[in-house]
Design a protein around this ligand. Structure first.
Ligand SMILES: [Zn+2]
Length: 368
């Protein structure tokens, strides 16, 4: 299928660094012009007046059907495009289905997982998966969770880090209900490794010693990833205290699973997570970096990913923003109310329109 020439007009463009008011011209699947006014011929002209035009959003902690365990995996790309997500990382891959991963329309990467059992960890099961997925692998996911394997000490994590280091891979640590102190985990992780679920409400959470773990992570360059999950792993009170102390996450991710995707009328996804962070007081520029450039850097695979630049692949998310109240209840004692939210109106992946909200026909002109 040939690429169409598309113009996105009048939007507030987040280019990966700042918000600027520009028109964008897309040709051959790439960003071809970014100018104040573009009046060239095109197949499609979209009027984004009143909307933010962002790089395609990047969700570094998801669970994709056919790659993660079946009880968690959500169908891609239909769980991602309606939220503006054009790149997703499966964080907990147990199935080496390379054909599926490579043939998803969205950009897809993986974190094959190793489980710690009785303080022991074995790697033979993931060796094959690492080989099969090749350069689609970002790193190895492991779980320091007393409700998910008997992790008694930091010894198994040391082994995981040494194994990953030997292969040039990152490590993502799930730390909800951690049996060891968050600070101890941060001490072991290397710059560029990722701590997910940092705002959990279980044992050894982020409040210990005046947020010492998260402060150390920031100093060291360990990536703090929300892994919001939508039904577990996030305590809004703890999150609020951390955000008030300026301890923003580097990356905002949904941890979208089969258990959360269809909750709240099917509206749980990355854009809702961004609204939650806004309600927490995280600045808007930081929110957008956390789902674009910071997330691309966390993956560390493609140099232009997460930016709107001349020559970059035309992955774009057009988002309505402003006063749209929402309630987000994990359980009766763990809930948040927001007044400001983001709703995806149009998604482009690799220069093609892959999602368009209904009732927007007055904004689109099909010219040729
Ligand atoms: Zn997860």
């Amino acid at each position: 299928m040939g690429y169409k020439k598309i113009i996105i007009k009048n939007g507030l463009v987040f280019n990966g660094e700042n918000f600027i008011r520009k028109d964008i011209y897309i040709a051959d699947g790439k960003i071809s012009k970014i100018e104040n006014k573009i009046n060239l011929k095109a197949h499609v002209v979209y009027n984004a007046k009143g909307f933010i035009v962002a790089p395609g959003l990047i969700d570094i902690h998801t669970h994709i059907y056919g790659i993660s365990d079946d009880c968690f995996g959500t169908p891609a790309p239909s769980s991602f495009f309606p939220f503006g997500v054009t790149t997703a990382v499966d964080a907990g891959s147990v199935k080496g289905n390379k054909f599926l991963l490579e043939n998803m329309k969205l950009g897809a990467y993986t974190f094959p997982s190793v489980q710690i059992k009785n303080d022991c960890v074995e790697f033979y099961k993931i060796e094959k998966m690492l080989h099969t997925f090749g350069d689609r692998v970002v790193g190895i996911k492991t779980y320091i969770d007393s409700s998910n394997g008997d992790v008694l000490s930091s010894q198994p994590l040391k082994k995981v880090i040494a194994f990953a280091g030997g292969k040039g891979l990152k490590v993502m640590v799930h730390c909800s209900n951690s049996s060891i102190k968050m600070e101890e985990i941060i001490d072991l992780l290397r710059p560029g490794d990722i701590l997910t679920h940092p705002y959990h409400g279980g044992d050894n959470n982020a409040l210990l010693n005046d947020f010492s773990a998260l402060k150390k992570a920031k100093e060291k360059g360990v990536i703090i990833d929300t892994g919001m999950a939508g039904h577990i792993h996030t305590n809004f009170e703890i999150m609020k205290k951390c955000i008030s102390a300026g301890l923003y996450p580097n990356t905002i991710s949904s941890d979208l699973t089969n258990l959360s995707v269809f909750q709240r009328g099917g509206n749980y996804g990355l854009t809702l997570c961004m609204g939650v962070m806004r309600a927490m007081g995280m600045p808007e520029t930081e929110i957008f970096k956390a789902v674009t450039t910071n997330a691309a850097a966390a993956i560390g695979k493609e140099s232009n990913l997460g930016y709107i630049k001349i020559g970059s692949r035309a992955d774009l998310a057009v988002l309505d923003y402003g006063f749209h109240p929402f309630n987000f209840n994990i359980d009766p004692g763990n809930k948040i109310k927001g007044n400001y939210s983001y709703n995806c109106k149009l998604t482009l992946c690799d220069g093609q329109i892959v999602y368009k909200e209904k009732n927007l026909d007055h904004r689109i002109k099909i010219l040729i």
